[in-house]
Design a protein around this ligand. Structure first.
Ligand SMILES: Cc1cc2nc3c(=O)[nH]c(=O)nc-3n(C[C@H](O)[C@H](O)[C@H](O)COP(=O)(O)O)c2cc1C
Length: 170
């Protein structure tokens, strides 16, 4: 199998966030997809060991933020490489709450979605979370960050818990 083929699947970069009983959690993902328009539903794949997956299952609600090409790398570093168990990832960024009480930051955001969890599917290492979109807002006309832009222009890396992670060739 040629794993380079998977690099031809286009996708963007997002932060999925949630909160339950005072525990805030959020992580960078590249796996958000709109699955239906009527009703509006989105899907995201999150690793079972990510704190975000565990808190999301308890909360039953989540927030999706679409990152722009100008999203600061420290934001991606915090949300993409650290655990929400270690510290409050939102502490250094302007943070707002959606109507379900999920935290999100408008920093480096092109658009955002307020979602209610309606289905989940265990796919092994990850869980697919399907959310009904309760609200959606455009925040910026900046181009959204594509996964390809993140790699080629921002020179960003992908950690092991990302769905698209490939170990370095021996
Ligand atoms: C570019 C990029 C893409 C990522 N994509 C995913 C993804 O689709 N699903 C996932 O579970 N983790 C993904 N991650 C990894 C999580 O963001 C990372 O494991 C994070 O530290 C989890 O934080 P948490 O434990 O607070 O939830 C990605 C990270 C980066 C930098």
């Amino acid at each position: 199998m040629d794993f380079k083929a998977f690099e031809k699947l286009t996708c963007g970069l997002y932060i999925v966030s949630t909160a339950h009983e005072g525990q805030k959690a959020g992580c960078v993902v590249n796996t958000v997809t709109q699955v239906t328009a009527t009703p509006a539903q989105v899907m995201v794949a999150i690793h079972k060991d990510n704190t975000t997956a565990q808190v999301l299952q308890q909360a039953g609600v989540f927030h999706v933020t679409v990152l722009t090409e100008e999203a600061p790398l420290p934001l991606i570093g915090r949300f993409g490489y650290r655990s929400s168990k270690e510290f409050d990832k939102f502490a250094e960024f302007e943070t707002l709450l959606d109507s379900n009480g999920c935290p999100y930051t408008p920093v480096g955001a092109a658009a955002h979605f307020t979602c209610k969890l309606v289905q989940q599917c265990d796919v092994g290492t990850h869980i697919l979370f399907i959310g009904a979109v309760e609200d959606a807002q455009l925040l910026s006309e900046e181009p959204p960050m594509s996964y390809s832009y993140y790699h080629t222009v921002k020179k960003g890396m992908t950690p092991p818990r990302a769905s698209s992670y490939q170990p370095p060739e021996a």
